[in-house]
Ligand binder design. Structure first.
Ligand SMILES: [Fe+2]
Ligand SMILES: [Fe+2]
Ligand SMILES: [Fe+2]
Length: 410
């Protein structure tokens, strides 16, 4: 990853976080009973369409870059509550408001905040000055009416007719005009049909037709890639992950705190402590892809449900790797269900490949889960939780680290 330009790495990182949101959005829609999984790649499609429209409308460099971030993240305010929000005007406004508040903490926050706050505004509501929310509003609706099958020639005409007939009502005229220009480009439709839009977006942004002068937004790239914001991003997503289930209110934060306490007891250096803190916040990142009804199911899970729950560790690995996090952070986060007896998941790693950081995370995760309430039981006491961990020594729990954990936790 080191030889990839910073701006591109930043796009990859934000893209990966947006993919996690898209996975969460699918769940929210299924809950609502939609037949179409609109959330499937929704953020990334809105990001791509927005960038293409933004370019036609004259946005360049930093503005185009921020438009991409806003498009990718525009529905960040829906996690944990979209089923209730969708289709209800007041609540549609609310998720835009929640999302705007979350993005206000991002580098470039003011612009992102405004873009997300108004992403469901239409010309018939009231006029807005900024072009970004107008672009995202059209991209969002276009993506929904496109559906998820292959877009035929007939579909293209249908979409364009719809936009023309609803211009001034649902769509802002200047953006509708840019869209009618874009639809003439064969590659635009073909890339949407192909599905994976990261490469076409990177190609477009940094390719010949739209060479971005990265130096003009290097401050934002440095900020996004810097430690302060990366930690912030991890905390934000840790909170979103915890919000998904009614029983994991502070799970990620607590796991992170315990992992840090254990690392400090082991006299790790500040850089390593910071890394494990971040890995703790994101260890269950892949849970954004697990349906809430499975996370919250009272009673025993069947085989299929168990398989879906277990997939979260795999998704954590994939999402963090594609977000270009260093190997140690990816492993400390994603290996927390690996076991010393080689029977863990998702990789069934043998003990020699499970490093101290991952072993610490396993202890922090099991201890936290046991001392939290679950749909099927009350929270256990510290002593009881540690005695259960003791039974796992040599199987899933490292005995020496557990001895240290007892000193810290009791
Ligand atoms: Fe939305
Ligand atoms: Fe949306
Ligand atoms: Fe987990």
């Amino acid at each position: 990853m080191e030889n990839i330009p910073k701006a591109e790495q930043v796009v990859r990182r934000i893209w990966s976080f947006s993919k996690a949101l898209d996975l969460a959005l699918v769940d929210e829609e299924v809950k609502k009973g939609f037949e179409l999984e609109i959330g499937y790649r929704h953020g990334e499609r809105v990001g791509y369409i927005s960038v293409r429209l933004g370019h036609i409308l004259g946005l360049r460099d930093k503005d185009l870059f921020l438009l991409l971030i806003a498009g990718l993240m525009h529905d960040i305010g829906t996690v944990g509550g979209f089923a209730e929000y969708h289709g209800n005007y007041r609540l549609m406004k609310e998720h835009s408001e929640i999302g705007a508040r979350i993005l206000s903490d991002f580098p470039g926050g003011e612009i992102l905040e405004e873009a997300v706050r108004h992403h469901h505004q239409t010309p018939s509501d009231h006029q807005i000055d900024s072009i970004m929310p107008k672009i995202i509003s059209l991209s969002d609706k276009v993506d929904i009416i496109m559906g998820r099958g292959i877009i035929s020639y007939k579909d293209r005409a249908r979409i364009l007719n719809h936009i023309n007939s609803m211009t001034d009502k649902d769509f802002y005229p200047e953006v509708a005009q840019a869209f009618s220009k874009l639809v003439g480009e064969e590659a635009f439709w073909l890339s949407l049909n192909e599905g994976i839009l990261l490469e076409p977006t990177l190609d477009f942004l940094f390719g010949e037709r739209c060479i971005q002068d990265c130096s003009r937004f290097s401050d934002i790239c440095d900020d996004i890639y810097g430690e302060v914001f990366t930690d912030r991003l991890a905390e934000t997503f840790g909170n979103l992950i915890d919000q998904k289930s009614s029983f994991t209110g502070r799970h990620s934060r607590t796991v992170s705190g315990i992992a840090v306490a254990l690392a400090e007891e082991l006299a790790w250096n500040p850089k390593e402590v910071r890394d494990i803190r971040l890995a703790g916040f994101l260890h269950d990142f892949g849970k954004l892809a697990v349906p809430k009804k499975i996370l919250d199911k009272p009673g025993l899970l069947d085989h299929d449900e168990l398989m879906i729950i277990k997939s979260h560790a795999y998704h954590t690995y994939k999402l963090l790797s594609s977000a270009a996090f260093p190997k140690n952070i990816v492993e400390w986060a994603a290996y927390h269900h690996e076991r010393l007896d080689g029977r863990g998941y998702p990789f069934r790693l043998e003990a020699q490949y499970i490093t101290t950081g991952s072993r610490l995370m396993t202890i922090a995760d099991i201890y936290t889960a046991l001392t939290e309430e679950r749909p099927y039981r009350k929270p256990l006491s510290k002593e009881k939780a540690l005695s259960i961990l003791e039974k796992g020594v040599g199987i899933s729990v490292d005995g020496k680290l557990l001895a240290i954990a007892k000193r810290v936790l009791l």
